[in-house]
Ligand binder design. Structure first.
Ligand code: SF4
Length: 435
């Protein structure tokens, strides 16, 4: 039997897409191998968000060239953000690669497979799964980005926004549910743009409404949002649709208007605050997560202090912080000098993390003694674990099989990163407790 090996770096989108390619390959008779050298087909699913990530991809391509030299029958495929629109040039630079295909372009994969003499008949209209899937599954709904934030390479590599059809997504979610999923997270660089390019002009709220009607689906999440594109109708949809979790990722990146302008984010701090106020007005129990970049070119101490002030004021549940690093090919790398010293970037990053650890600790401690609904995703170190609707990780003990169930848990202990609890009604009545 032919074997495949998939190398993936980067975001959840890449992980979800690698899984989908693996599903296709298994349908075509391939079997997974954990050893690259034993594979007959190798796929690199690439990320180029940071210069260092692109360096890793080029390193892997070089490594693959060596293997292909000694094993000419090896099939080599590359997808992900490394694949830009100039595929001809990529083939010139890396002639040992058999197929470059854009993220999510499964037609290209199927066409190539057909040319290898493998029948793909029937698979072009949807992917039937042959494996069991995780309780919580990822579903890409839109590729690319039209925004051109000055520090970001994604629009140049992933290209313009391209939404998947509502029916196709509904089919995929139904198939995932048949194979064990209970929750889906819809993915896109900017999910708020979903559907504007479709003939039906569907929106993310339309899609959420469709998915909310699917029997057997417990929860729906989505990321990432763009503050300038988050519409009122979406906020109202989150508030009214029972399966859509009260958890919103809303990157603000910097707390100073001049820095935001240089980043080309398209909103001001005041507009961001107003948006948060509006969301909390409609969804009082909402959990917010955000992304922050520290040390953007020219960021002064005062400007950084404004970022800390937003963190203190909004009190996010989760903050992902990164130190700015210039990315070749972006507007910021051409126009701005990377003039915040690395030690200062590190210090600012540490200050954000320390502040957020305090805030997350306080938010977690407010849950002690409260009952929360947890969707159980697995078992680790003898304890079951899962997430609340607000995306908090909860651990608890039980002798019953809790996988994939919604269980009420009373929180007994908290830390900034996870909660510990006890089943609220006891193991014996677990079976009757929830859906
Ligand atoms: S919204 Fe900005 S940061 Fe996000 S993918 Fe698009 S350009 Fe990059």
């Amino acid at each position: 039997m032919h074997k495949y090996y998939i190398w993936t770096i980067g975001c959840q989108m890449n992980k979800a897409e690698s899984q989908r390619v693996a599903d296709y390959l298994e349908l075509f008779g391939y079997q997974s191998t954990p050893v690259l050298q034993k594979a007959d087909l190798v796929l690199l699913n690439t990320c180029v968000v940071r210069q260092s990530a692109e360096g890793k991809v080029i390193g892997m391509l070089g490594y693959l060239k060596g293997i292909k030299n000694s094993k000419p029958d090896l099939s080599t495929l590359v997808t992900g953000c490394f694949v830009d629109s100039d595929v001809k040039q990529l083939h010139k630079s890396f002639p040992h690669v058999d197929l470059f295909f854009k993220p999510g372009d499964y037609d290209a994969l199927l066409n190539w497979t057909e040319k290898q003499g493998i029948s793909v008949h029937g698979y072009k209209i949807g992917l039937p799964l042959t494996r069991s899937v995780a309780v919580s599954a990822f579903v890409p709904i839109i590729q690319g980005c039209n925004n051109f934030c000055s520090y970001c390479i994604v629009p140049y590599r992933r290209g313009r926004e391209k939404s998947r059809l509502v029916d196709e997504i509904v089919c995929e979610v139904s198939e995932l549910l048949r194979h064990g999923a209970k929750e889906v997270t819809l993915l896109g660089q900017n999910v708020n743009s979903y559907g504007h390019d479709l003939l039906t002009q569907s929106s993310l709220s339309d899609l959420l409404t469709e998915l909310n009607n699917i029997n057997g689906l417990f929860r729906i999440r989505f990321l990432t949002n763009h503050p300038k594109d988050m519409r009122q109708e979406l906020i109202e949809a989150i508030a009214s649709l029972d399966k859509v979790c009260e958890h919103i990722s809303l990157p603000f990146q910097a707390g100073d208007n001049d820095v935001l302008k240089a980043m080309r984010r398209g909103y001001t701090v005041e507009q961001y605050r107003q948006l948060v106020g509006n969301i909390r007005n409609y969804i009082p129990e909402v959990a917010l997560s955000t992304d922050v970049i520290v040390g953007f070119p020219g960021e002064s101490e005062e400007q950084f202090a404004r970022t800390l002030a937003v963190l203190e004021e909004v009190r996010f549940d989760t903050v992902h912080v990164a130190a700015y690093s210039p990315r070749l090919g972006t507007i910021a790398s051409k126009e701005y000098e990377d003039n915040v010293p690395p030690e200062l970037k590190k210090e600012r990053l540490n200050r954000v993390e320390a502040l957020q650890a305090n805030i997350a600790g306080e938010i977690g401690s407010q849950l002690v003694g409260k009952e929360v609904e947890v969707l159980i995703e697995g078992k680790k170190g003898g304890k079951w674990y899962g997430r609340t609707r607000s995306n908090k990780l909860v651990f608890f003990e039980s002798g019953s099989n809790c996988l994939g169930r919604l269980i009420d848990v009373t929180i007994t202990k908290s830390s900034p990163w996870a909660l510990q609890g006890e089943i609220s009604i006891g193991d014996n009545s677990l079976e009757e407790s929830k859906r």
